[in-house]
Design a protein around this ligand. Sequence first.
Ligand code: PLP
Length: 424
Amino acid sequence: MNSEALFEESLKYLVGGVNSPVRAFRGMGRTPFFTERASGCRLYTCDGKELIDLVCSWGPALFGHNNGHIKKAVAEALEKGTSFGTPSEGELKMAKLVCEMIPCAEKVRMTNSGTEATMSAVRLARGYTGRDRIVKFSGCYHGHVDSLLVKAGSGALTFGNPDSAGVPEALAKLTSVLPFNDLKAVEDLFSRCGNEIACVILEPYPANTGLLIPDSGYLAELRKICTKYGALLIFDEVITGFRIGPGGAQARDGVIPDLCALGKIIGGGLPVGAFCGKRKIMDNIAPLGKVYQAGTLSGNPLAMAAGAAALEKIRSENPYESLERKSAQVVKAALEAAIKKGIPLQAPQAGSLFSFFFNENPIKNCDDAMNSSRELYSKFFKLCLDSGLYLAPSPFEICFMSCAHSDSDVDKVSEIISDAISKI
Ligand SMILES: *Cc1c(COP(=O)(O)O)cnc(C)c1O
């Protein structure tokens, strides 16, 4: 069956034909392609097409798809069994790697997804501080946790309304949503009710509204405010963790949170999440403490093998300079093409992450991002796809460079992107 037929059939059995909404390509005016296999930086579709992939499974494929080293580690683990339900050595190896690589990590708890990691980190923050209120930022995505599925209302200081049906308003009311990169909004809120706030959770480089870059000193100030009021600072580094540098944004910017959520890359392509942080906080989780958290398949041996192989590879190769250089090349080509064509484009970049906003003004927060042209992005997306380049099927997702993109792949990507911009 080709993608068209597979999608039609899937619509009968899977909600919207997919298992995660953005895969449905809604808003892009296309039906999604189905992938038959993936290797390196390429996806091979059920229609016999070969695509260069800048989505990289939404981040995990730092070393490209089906990397030989990671595949070998999984195959070796597979020989020994797929799940034990008891402690196993792979979990220890993984936890040690996380503690050695992530500055705030003194102890770790593995989960099966990033959503579980942020959910548990917030519960821990509430349990540890004995406070209920939490703060998040508009446009930051932390998985589909009830109390985190809340965006900003119009006023910067309005308390949250649920973003999704099914999230009780009573719960959403405990979540304050503030604009990103606006310290005054944070200071005002804390001066009103800082002693009720359990935690501030954020993506240090928000990467789910396109890419937002924190103003210089912003993260450090958040750290100070949290410390002053006894609220925990939680970095959601599910994307930035091993994408922006080996120690995440916290190492890159030298701002150490109390807790950190990890996911995506940490699984080397298998379903994994983790949260970690300071020992005295983490020790409040069961079985040592009163904050309950558990998982039947948490620390799964196949996932641990894949994740540890990826982290070891990161440590031995430190690929970030090369990832940054390749990403910068693509961004530069896009910006030059946009100037030539006379269309407004913003293309922020950090490490292996970058995104395209068709917008005249620099993007500092979610509102700025939302003011970008969706129509231009959708045209851009289709032109690239038709030329063999897969970008995220949403103007508010980002691009991920991988180690498997060779210099000639990067030249090709730059060429496709420049050409697409010239034809928009
Ligand atoms: C993807 C993502 C999550 C959720 O992770 P899942 O594994 O999809 O549950 C949480 N936070 C951020 C920043 C993410 O990008």
